[in-house]
Design a protein around this ligand. Structure first.
Ligand code: 1GP
Length: 262
């Protein structure tokens, strides 16, 4: 089970690093390098998905990652219903609660609910919120939704709270891949004050300092994609910042990895 990794992190103050891999941009060498970092305990979770995913070898790349990265869990972060793959350990079942496109709130889910069950994928019901990152992103365009304005923390907080009250298990705030401005600390703090759920933050995080800021504001896990696609050499610096942001008595990374296998 993967979800307990997130709840345990939330409970202990251990901060998590997730690396997002867009199958369309995957390269063997880059995957191998990231897998090596994961095996060294530098990456807690992989997210797998993209807005489009045209690559015919997506399945093959996921197999390669699963074989190379040992016990590090891979969670599907699907941009469409075509991105389900039973090789993954879990699925962020995204409901785009910042938008008002009914298809993204429940419609697509109906299309694949039975398939997900048959695949036996662990589903993690996720209140997915787009926060304006300074320019239109693939997600806002593809989902035909308007992000929450970056300077309206109360709207973000109320939206997240509604997700929690609806029984979702996780809040994912995303400024969108390649965002000019990551989700601000003000927005993260406002949401943290209102909800108990684990909070994931991603989009436009390109430095260790920025990651540390998001974690200090209340994120339990940060997601970095773009910033590692062409150059993963700064990952140790990023992982160190995530470790430092953890509360001192948080469980060591190895224990969390071990839990994933249980
Ligand atoms: C986007 O949160 C992810 O959905 C990661 O964004 O690619 O900008 O790191 P980046």
């Amino acid at each position: 089970m993967v979800y307990p990794i997130l709840t345990k992190a939330r409970a202990t103050g251990k901060k998590l690093l997730a690396v997002l891999i867009d199958p369309d941009k995957a390269r063997r060498e880059n995957l191998q390098q990231l897998a090596d970092y994961a095996n060294d305990g530098e990456i807690d979770v992989f997210l797998w998905g993209g807005s489009l995913v045209n690559a015919l070898q997506a399945e093959y790349y996921l197999k390669f990652l699963k074989e190379s990265a040992g016990s590090t869990p891979v969670i599907l972060f699907p941009g469409s219903v075509n991105q389900l793959d039973e090789q993954a350990d879990a699925l962020f079942l995204l409901s785009l609660i910042s938008g008002r496109n009914s298809d993204m709130l429940i419609g697509r889910h109906v299309q694949v609910a039975v398939k997900i069950k048959r695949m036996g994928l662990e589903t993690i019901s996720t209140g997915y919120m787009l926060i304006d990152g300074g320019r239109p992103t693939s997600v806002s365009y593809m989902s035909n939704t308007t992000p929450i304005p970056a300077d309206k923390p109360p709207i973000a907080a109320a939206t997240a709270l509604a997700g929690e009250q609806l029984g979702m298990k996780l809040i994912y705030m995303d400024a969108g891949s390649g965002a000019l401005n990551p989700v601000s600390s003000k927005v993260i703090k406002a949401v943290r004050r209102e909800v108990e759920l684990p909070i994931v933050v991603g989009g436009g995080i390109r430095t260790a300092a920025r990651a540390a800021e998001s974690l200090a504001a209340g994120a339990d896990m940060i997601v970095v994609g773009n910033g590692l696609e062409n150059d993963a050499n700064w990952l140790p610096e990023l992982a160190a910042a995530v470790r430092e942001a953890s509360t001192p008595d948080a469980s060591p990374k190895q224990e969390v990895g071990a839990k994933a296998e249980a």
